[in-house]
Design a protein around this ligand. Structure first.
Ligand code: NAD
Ligand code: GLY
Length: 359
């Protein structure tokens, strides 16, 4: 097992990565917990419910099972309220511990519920998608979507622990692996050019979930994310680099309707656009932008932006947490492995989008 530490003002906690973590969940349930409530969805519950129930039975604590519908379009107030309904119906107190068992949708919603229930109860992240293992389970961003903007309602709220078991990836559909790889290769682009080279060289092993390759990729991703979050928990500056490609991606997701493109697919395409913009605005070598495009394609994510209508693109991109006043700010790459946040005038982005979107 590999352990990494996340150190933030909002709390310090370990990330444990290794086969068998799912069977060891009882180890991270605090001794003073009065009950454990697992928040999951129908898909993950069917696959891993029995194993997780058996693992948590070892705590001897009352176990509550909150099973939600599946899908990005369920990341709403209504679903969040179902969690509160279940917690209140079970009369769970402030010492109850929530367990987020699922992908980023479950992790973000369970974390937000934990932040709000009785003004805050403890929770543990058990990410079961590659995307959640390399990104969303770490760092304490929790949220739901709003019809007008992605992840616009939420809180920073850190988990007590992140338990990553690579074995659960075996049941992930190929499309979800590609989506998770988009956030994985992002770390190379923004923070570690050598990791980007490594991802290029190992892309087939990653897509096939070769255990050595995928475990290394999850570890390196979590290490970079933990370092960034430990320096800037609340995104006052540095943390924004984790949003490389996301200004475009969030517009794609809300513009097409949540769930049409997977989050990771939108991020993949968004990074291709952001790399191209970096060539124009901050001198990124066009050959590097080409490598980024090729790697996004090689992991199986779309590189062609959807046609949302040019004006609509800008309307959607303006609803972004990085926007200041009316200025859309983009994460850009002056060079591979280095990122910066910069406002870019619409007049510079317009021709790029016009050229890139499908006719
Ligand atoms: P997801 O949670 O919808 O999971 C993808 C699909 O895989 C779902 O159908 C799910 O039921 C299924 N699934 C989960 N685990 C499985 C398994 N082991 N085997 C088979 N199927 C499984 O999507 P996601 O890609 O994990 O997460 C995307 C979400 O994460 C978005 O809402 C995004 O905004 C959010 N996100 C948050 C952060 C953050 O820092 N909080 C970072 C990145 C993304
Ligand atoms: N995924 C972006 C962040 O955690 O800040």
């Amino acid at each position: 097992m590999h352990t990494l530490d996340v150190l933030t003002p909002g709390g310090n906690y370990p990330i444990h990565i290794g086969r068998g973590r799912l069977d060891s969940l009882a180890q991270v349930i605090p001794a003073d917990a009065t009950a454990v409530a697992v928040v999951t969805n129908v898909t993950v519950s069917a696959l891993y419910g029995p194993q997780v129930r058996a693992a948590l039975a070892a705590t001897g604590k009352p176990l509550h099972w909150i099973e939600l519908a599946d899908g990005e379009d369920t990341k709403t107030w209504q679903t969040l309220n179902q969690i509160f309904d279940a917690l209140l119906a079970a009369a769970l107190d402030r010492k109850a511990v929530l367990v987020a068992l699922g992908g980023g949708v479950i992790g973000d919603m369970c974390g937000f519920a934990a932040a709000c229930y009785m003004r805050g109860v403890r929770f543990i992240q058990v990410p079961t998608t590659l995307l959640a293992q390399v990104d969303s389970s770490v760092g304490g961003k929790t949220a739901i979507n709003h019809p007008l903007g992605k992840n616009m309602i939420g809180a920073f709220y850190q988990p007590q622990a992140v338990e990553i078991d690579p074995a659960v990836l075996a049941t992930l559909p190929a499309r979800e692996i590609s989506a998770g790889l988009a956030e994985t290769i992002k770390y190379g682009m923004i923070a570690d050019a050598r990791f980007f080279d490594w991802c290029e060289a190992n892309v087939q092993a990653l897509r096939q979930l070769d255990e050595t390759a995928i475990t290394y990729a999850v570890q390196r991703s979590c290490q970079i994310k933990a370092q960034v979050v430990s320096q800037d928990e609340r995104e006052t500056g540095l943390r924004a680099i984790l949003n490389f490609g996301h200004t475009f991606a969030h517009a794609i997701e809300s513009g097409l309707g949540y769930g049409q493109w997977l989050h990771g697919e939108a991020v993949g395409c968004g990074m291709v656009l952001a790399a191209q913009l970096s060539v124009q605005v901050c001198g990124l070598d066009p050959a590097v932008a080409g490598r980024i495009r090729d790697l996004v394609a090689a992991i199986g994510c779309p590189v062609q932006a959807p046609d949302l209508g040019l004006e609509r693109w800008f309307e959607l991109m303006r609803v972004d947490k990085k926007t200041e006043g009316s200025h859309i700010r983009y994460v850009l790459l002056p060079q591979l492995g280095q990122a910066t946040l910069q406002a870019v005038d619409d007049t510079l982005v317009r021709p790029l989008l016009a050229q890139k979107i499908k006719a």
